[in-house]
Design a protein around this ligand. Structure first.
Ligand SMILES: Nc1nc2c(c(=O)[nH]1)N[C@H]1C(S)=C(S)[C@@H](COP(=O)(O)O)O[C@H]1N2
Ligand SMILES: [Mo]
Length: 352
């Protein structure tokens, strides 16, 4: 970080915490350690009066209580969620928004009802092209007052692993994660998974709300339309080895065998391999992939035994996936500071 952050960025950082990277050691992220991103205010919802409305271009609009949803067959998905802005602080020139370093990620067990059968029950009409998901949180962004809302194409909305979650890691969703119900779209960046869900509407034209039309697009210039952000790009992160110096967070490692470990994930395809460098990315060696407890959407553990000799090191890790995606050495730049999946670098001092 070449410059300090502003009070506005600090204000966002204090609201939206990340997952401390040592928590990469948990296969399933404990709820309080999962990262948080909340654009507006956390709504206070009374579960007795709350309903989910399914309307728009459907044959039979539905209004469902939390009880109705809980009495339907349930589905569980262990899913790695990552904010599209993860890595933003490492992008130059600097992009001002939520100042994530690399900790905007978590891997949780979400439980709820599958979305597809609900859409089936409501009966999507032939002229429907998208499904809109609206939250209860309201605010202003880009000069527009709005509810947080995002849409999906019919093919994405009908995926059998897309769910409306009412539990995370065996507890009811806490307020900050979207109580009483959120959308969960495994494999896509977090902005897709609308929290405090209140309404699902079938539309006959693509949704053009702020978070779809303007935000979450990869643009080099203001006047560009840009490609929408969607699938999580391949990434590996390393749990910081050794012990930290309090203020600088610099790592101090004792000489001898040091087990480097972390997690890797990709929305587009399965993880194919992870490599580690102990010389700042000049030479690389393969890490061992560790069995995971979740399925396709859960991150994959990795480890690498390093024989650490006294000195200064820049440790790096990078993953590749089955679709041939690799991580760049340098951060890619775009206006929103999205999708920076450049390799993770950790400076350590090895002492006797
Ligand atoms: N209603 C609503 N849903 C939302 C958001 C929000 O601000 N409001 N933030 C989105 C973003 S950008 C991310 S990264 C994820 C974060 O989910 P989490 O806080 O449960 O980790 O929620 C998404 N869903
Ligand atoms: Mo996000």
């Amino acid at each position: 970080m070449s410059e300090g952050i502003s009070v506005e960025e600090l204000q966002l950082a204090a609201r939206n915490h990340g997952m401390p990277l040592e928590a990469l050691r948990f296969d399933v992220t404990p709820v309080g350690l999962h990262y948080l991103l909340i654009h507006y205010d956390i709504p206070v919802v009374d579960p007795e009066t709350w309903t989910l409305e399914i309307d728009g271009l459907v044959e039979k609009p539905l209004s469902l209580s939390l009880e109705d949803l809980r009495s339907r067959p349930s589905l569980e998905v262990v899913s790695t969620m990552e904010c599209a802005g993860n890595g933003r602080v490492h992008i130059e020139p600097r992009v001002v928004s939520q100042p994530w370093l690399l900790e905007a990620v978590g891997n949780a067990r979400w439980k709820g009802v599958a979305l597809a059968p609900l859409l089936e029950e409501a009966g999507l009409r032939d002229d429907a092209v998208e499904v809109l998901f609206e939250g209860l949180d309201r605010g202003v962004e880009g000069g527009e007052e709005q509810f947080y809302a995002r849409s999906l194409s019919l093919s994405e909305a009908r995926r059998d692993d897309v769910l409306l979650a009412y539990e995370v890691n065996d507890v009811p969703l806490p307020p900050q994660h979207g109580f009483p119900l959120r959308l969960l779209v495994p494999g896509w960046y977090g902005m897709t998974s609308v929290k405090w869900l209140a309404r699902i509407t079938a539309l006959d034209t693509p949704f053009d709300g702020y978070y779809q039309r303007r935000s979450y697009r990869l643009r080099q210039q203001e006047d560009e339309v840009g490609e929408p952000v969607s699938w999580i790009q391949v990434r590996a992160l390393m749990a910081p080895p050794g012990i930290p110096e309090y203020l600088s967070r610099a790592r101090i490692v004792s000489a001898g065998e040091c087990m480097l470990e972390g997690r890797a994930w990709s929305g587009e395809a399965e993880i194919d391999g992870v490599e580690v460098s102990v010389d700042g990315g000049q030479t690389w060696a393969g890490a061992e992939l560790v069995q995971r407890s979740g399925g396709r959407w859960a991150w994959r553990g990795w480890r690498f035994a390093w024989n650490a000799e006294p000195g200064e090191y820049e440790l790096c890790c990078r993953a590749r996936d089955d679709a041939g995606n690799v991580q760049p050495l340098e951060p890619p730049w775009n206006l929103g500071g999205y999708v920076n999946n450049a390799v993770h670098r950790v400076s350590v001092t090895v002492v006797e």
